[in-house]
Write a protein that binds this ligand. Structure first.
Ligand code: FAD
Length: 324
């Protein structure tokens, strides 16, 4: 019997997010049965996204293209996605563990009466069973879970699972007419974009994060310079956000974003457990702190005891020279 898995594509500013390709890879690993993978794209004027994804190895791209879907609204997106789920007759649905995926997946699980496993960082097969690994207790331990029945819903943490590469095959495109409800309980009147053109923090390969030690908004400037040279994104601790040195959109941690970059450089961050929950799975952690007793050093692969305002510009200079 062939099972069918639906991957929910994510996009931002007209481009497909990397986590979509990782979710397609995850779909291939999520079952021992013969399977087909389909994609769901919901948005407005999604033609170029379909083009971008047509060689990603999926069988069908189901798209809903409607003005009402221009901005993410859980009520609209969950209705649209349920239409696609019905059409694709899928047994499993995979989202990125992103702001949208974290919001939308429980609604879909409830609608489908499905089991859900969230924030998956690895997938293994043991015998004929598929085990999904996810961090618990703020990253201090891992648990492995399995589904006992279908349907199921999965969210995968960005930057942890390999991405699929383009294939020779071309997906079939199925446009689905959006069943617009007579009335919505909420509508989006306006979207004010705070940052444009910058690398998405959750998907960045390099993150330079600042804490209360940066001391001011201007204190983030050297971190931005280093991020620019390394092609990375700037993040922050809640300490820095609470002190109004930066926007809460940059917050990493238990109540902020979860990041798993190749390199995480913590500058003037003490390493509180709530912060560590959002970055402990980073591949390489470098900490810069003037307090040798700072807890972040227990977690760091490399620690630099010193003043970030001296160390960060020196690193920027070295990397600029090395990379030019
Ligand atoms: P601090 O703990 O004040 O550390 C500043 C560090 O900077 C110190 O170690 C100091 O030695 C160093 N420093 C100072 N000057 C320099 C310098 N010139 N050069 C180098 N080093 C310097 N926090 C998060 O980050 N993310 C979360 O999601 C989060 N969620 C929370 C949820 C709850 C329910 C609670 C209770 C707390 C949460 N917190 C979160 C807050 C967390 O407990 C810490 O208070 C916060 O992480 C501290 O931020 P910080 O490390 O920047 O500041």
């Amino acid at each position: 019997m062939t099972s069918s898995i639906l991957v929910v594509a994510e996009h931002q500013n007209g481009s497909v997010k990397q986590v979509t390709y990782e979710a397609i890879y995850a779909a291939n690993q999520s079952t021992t049965e013969e399977h087909t993978i389909h994609l769901a794209i919901i948005g407005y004027e999604v033609g170029s996204l379909i083009d971008e994804l047509k060689n990603s190895g999926v069988e069908t791209i189901y798209s809903i293209d409607h003005e009402e879907c221009q901005h993410y609204n859980p009520e609209v997106y969950s209705r649209a996605l349920m239409q696609i789920i019905e059409q694709s007759q899928c047994e499993g649905v995979i989202f990125g563990h992103t702001t949208i995926g974290r919001d939308l997946s429980p609604i879909i699980s409830a609608n489908l009466d499905a089991g859900q496993i969230s924030d998956v960082t690895a997938i293994h097969q043991t015998g004929d069973q598929i085990l999904f690994t996810r961090p618990i207790y703020a990253g201090k331990a891992f648990e492995q879970k399995a589904f006992t029945r279908t349907p199921w819903v999965l969210t995968i943490r960005p930057n942890n699972i390999q991405a699929v590469e383009d294939t020779e095959t071309t997906a079939e495109n199925q446009v689905i007419e959006y069943n617009r409800p007579d009335s919505l309980r909420t509508v989006i009147k306006n979207v004010v974009q705070k940052s444009t053109g910058k690398i998405d923090l959750a998907e960045a390969k390099v993150v330079i994060a600042g804490g209360r030690g940066v001391k001011s908004t201007d204190g983030f400037k050297p971190l931005e310079d280093l991020a620019h040279v390394l092609g990375g994104a700037v993040g922050a601790s809640r300490g820095a956000c609470d002190a109004d040195y930066c926007d809460y959109a940059l917050q990493i941690g238990q109540t902020g974003k979860v990041v798993t970059p190749e390199v995480y450089i913590a500058c003037g961050i003490s390493g509180a457990i709530q912060h560590v929950a959002g970055m402990s799975q980073s591949r390489l952690i470098i900490a810069i702190n003037k307090d040798p007793e700072a807890p972040i050093f227990k977690l760091a692969d490399y620690g630099i005891i010193g003043d970030l305002f001296e160390v960060v510009p020196l690193l920027t200079e070295e990397f600029r020279n090395a990379l030019s």
